[in-house]
Design a protein around this ligand. Structure first.
Ligand code: ATP
Ligand SMILES: O=C(O)[C@@H](O)C(=O)CO
Length: 409
């Protein structure tokens, strides 16, 4: 029984997608939603989705320890802390403090640190994190508004966040396989070990070497090395047929390209931020009405920006992001309560948090994969069954917003 704690909602479904691939029956519990039945129940892995990536440190630690307690009561005998594959954090936290608190609570002597997700171009070699061919510090993450990543060596990123020692295990050791890696890890006195991984085989070796560890940590890639029981669970059941819509609050390069691709053959509408400032409820109502009056099989796209120039730090003194999140959350609630929309693709971690909260979702039942780290899930939204796919900003192919629907037919 694996209990995982993710520091954002899209990261939680990313991890659940990978756990499903490695043979787990997995559910994602939103914040303090009810956990599913324990041993003998329908799942053998639970991911608790938190919104702690950029929360104040004390709040992130408190929420994570709270989630750990609930997971242990559910029956978890191992814990996985999921953070971003680009190690999104600052010198003051939150990855180090949360790891310290979990390791103390679990009496973990040593914890691996494995951000790698090769399927999406995140690799670690000689301790340096790469995004595709670029060092992390030279990727678009350098300019991230909340967690700008200006260094690439994972140990250097973690050290300011913890008083414990941080060691590095090079790829030359990882490639020797699980047993050699286990011995190397046993030989280090450091609490944390950043382990290189440049391809999935490395993640399998790390998984094997840490099979007895009570706490592991990483992006979602490490889940590929944690085999599940492969018991056939209840089959995933798509929601009742209905309209679909995309709600995109992400303004990452990938998301903007996905919006541009969708615009080639379906309606796209951008939120009017000035109208949203004047009356957010009216702007959301107008957008929801627009969605519901498009041809039923078009899956229109509502977005916050078509290009980077559309991004406004503030609108009449209100942060643009606050308006975007309020409108998209309200649009989602209106579409679902209309009873006509039964499937939503939501793009962006912050956006997903706002939408999922507005829909009152407690549990996501993981379904088919749309791209590495992106999947459909079913959920109960205030009594209505829906399918929802939470997409991390940088994940998915250009055609994700147009092809996602095929998996529901
Ligand atoms: N036009 C805009 N003006 C101001 N803020 C915007 C605008 N469009 C989007 N935003 C804000 O930008 C933020 C995008 O963050 P979000 O986490 O949703 O996407 P992301 O960072 O691409 O995804 P991820 O966290 O999964 O990598 C949101 O808070 C959103 O409200
Ligand atoms: O690990 C990743 O890159 C994603 O799951 C994520 O957390 C992006 O916000």
């Amino acid at each position: 029984m694996l209990g995982a704690i993710a520091d954002d909602f899209t990261g939680a479904t990313d991890l659940a997608t990978m756990l499903r691939r490695s043979g787990h029956r997995v559910a994602v519990v939103i914040e303090d939603g009810a956990l599913p039945a324990g041993d003998g129940g329908a799942v053998d892995a639970v991911v608790v989705a938190l919104k702690t990536r950029t929360a104040p440190v004390a709040e992130a630690v408190r929420a994570s320890i709270g989630a750990l307690g609930r997971l242990r009561a559910w029956g978890a005998d191992r814990c996985y802390l999921k953070y971003c594959s680009t190690f999104d954090s600052t010198d003051t936290g939150n990855i180090g403090p949360v790891l310290d608190a979990l390791a103390d609570a679990l009496d973990a002597e040593r914890v691996v640190v494995v951000p790698s997700l090769p399927a999406n171009g995140r690799t670690v070699y000689h301790g340096h994190l790469f995004v595709g061919p670029d060092l992390l510090e030279n990727s678009s993450m350098r300019k991230h508004p909340l967690t700008p990543m200006t260094r690439s060596r994972v140990a250097e990123l973690l050290r300011p966040q913890t008083a414990h020692e941080v060691a590095e295990v090079p790829w030359e050791t990882v490639r020797l396989g699980g047993e050699a890696l286990r011995s190397a890890l046993a030989g280090t006195s450091a609490r944390y070990a950043v382990v290189d991984a440049i391809e999935d085989a490395d993640l399998l070796a790390i998984g094997a070497a840490t099979a007895d560890d009570v706490l592991v940590s990483g992006g979602s890639g490490l889940a590929l090395g944690i085999p599940g029981p492969r018991r056939g669970g209840a089959p995933w059941v798509a929601p009742p047929p209905g309209r679909g819509a995309v709600l995109c609050g992400s303004v990452s390069r990938t998301s903007l390209a996905q919006v541009a691709h969708a615009a080639l053959d379906r309606p796209v509408r951008r939120i009017d931020l000035d109208a949203a400032l004047a009356d957010p409820g009216a702007e959301a109502a107008a957008i929801a009405d627009w969605v519901l009056t498009r041809p039923p099989d078009t899956a229109p796209v509502v977005c916050a920006a078509r290009e980077r120039a559309d991004v406004r730090a503030e609108v009449g003194g209100t942060p643009g992001a606050v308006l975007v999140e309020a409108v998209l959350a309200d649009v989602a609630a209106r579409l679902v309560s209309s009873g006509q929309v039964t499937a939503l693709v939501v793009a962006g971690g912050e956006t997903s948090g706002a939408v999922v909260r507005a829909l009152g979702v407690g549990v996501l039942h993981i379904g088919p994969e749309l791209a590495p780290g992106v999947c459909w899930a079913t959920a109960d939204a205030h009594g209505r069954g829906i399918a929802i796919a939470l997409k991390s900003g940088n994940f998915g192919g250009t055609d994700l917003f147009t092809r996602a629907w095929e998996a529901l037919r």
